[in-house]
Design a protein around this ligand. Sequence first.
Ligand code: 5AD
Ligand code: SF4
Length: 453
Amino acid sequence: MPSVYIKTYGCQMNERDSEQVAYMFVSSGYSLARNEDEADVVLMNTCAVREKAELKALGKMGMLASRRDAPGHVVYGIMGCMAQNRREELFREIPRLDLVVGTQKYHRVFELADTLLQRRLHSAESVNKGQHLSETAEEKDAQNAIRNHLPRPAQASAFVSIMQGCGMNCSYCIVPATRGAERSRPAAEILDEVRRLAAQGVREVTLLGQIVNLYGKGEPLVGGRTAFVRLLEALNDIEGIARLRFTSPHPIGFGRDLVDAYRRLPKLCSHIHFPVQSGSDRILKLMRRPYRNEKYLRICDQLREARPDLAITTDIIVGFPGETDEDYLETKRLVERVQFDNAFIFQYSPRKDTPAAVMPGQIPPRLKAARNHDLLQTVNAIAVSKNARLVGTVQEVLVEGPSKGNAKKLSGRTPQNKTVILEGPPDLAGQIVPVRIAESTGFTLYGSPSKGR
Ligand code: 5AD
Ligand code: SF4
């Protein structure tokens, strides 16, 4: 039985796409290799959002594809955002690479890789005779192909991709180029997929989209509710599903109906990952983000009013071209004002063919690093103190399985998306259990199942 190994970089969308690709291999008789050394097909699903992500994947694939001890028949492929971004250029960088497959062709990966592998295994064809295959064109309705899940025992949580692409034009971002125009899947197909997951025992689904609240944009409002809020309502009614999450929303199109969903829909978890990018309106404008900080803050306040225990996390870019000390301090003040439960801080990385890459006032790497470091201290201090306040409380934890750090313990998450390590039998996986929090090490909580409250 041939085997495939898939290494995934980047966001949750990529993880989900990799699962779809893996599903296609497994349902055609392949096994999943435990590591790259045992695989007949080695695939990498890549990210292009920052230069570092690209360099990491390039380095790793370059190393794998040049291993002298690997059998000659092994097929090497790069898919995803970097494949879309760099296309055939990748064959020049990694001569032994066989396949480059873009973000709208995930459904083609199996056939392309398997064809190459079979040819090599059965015709003793030697490698690298200009057999490179590349598919990076746009494809209508490719968003509907991300729909199958690998069967996994006692699976608690699953990602569901509800749309692809991005219709914004943030001046720093490569995603509209790598992921194409914004396209939504039909609601009926999403509901079917989630019902199937529920029937397998999945308790939590996370809806994925670049700007997830713009799902079904263009559909008329019904009773003042967007297509996205109506989708959440329909999902809230699916028996067996206990928790709903989505990532990532954008202030644009974030209306009262979505705020009200936090009052009305009990399965909607008390956590939102809500990227703000900058606390300076001047920088937001240069970023071509179509909102001001006042609007972002207003939405956060409304959400907390609707759901007082809501945890808010965010993405922030520091060192965007033209960012002054004062702009940076405005971002720091915003972090203090919102009291984020956590934040991902990124140093601005110039991306080819994006407007910001050629803007004046590029910030020296050392200053970017210093702002990153400084902001991280503020973010971490808030995160740590928020978690410390949870010690002594009882939290509903959806148990996901054995803890990665200690297989004798279990790991799960609270509705606020905080990780909890707990004592308990392995068959708690997939269940929601009340856990008394005994300790916080800052970012991780520790506890054991609680009988009373
Ligand atoms: N440089 C740094 N960070 C970026 N992001 C997107 N593009 C860039 C870039 N060019 C960040 C944003 C986004 C997250 C996924 O990555 O904060 O929300
Ligand atoms: Fe995900 Fe964006 Fe990276 Fe693509 S470029 S993998 S969409 S984060």
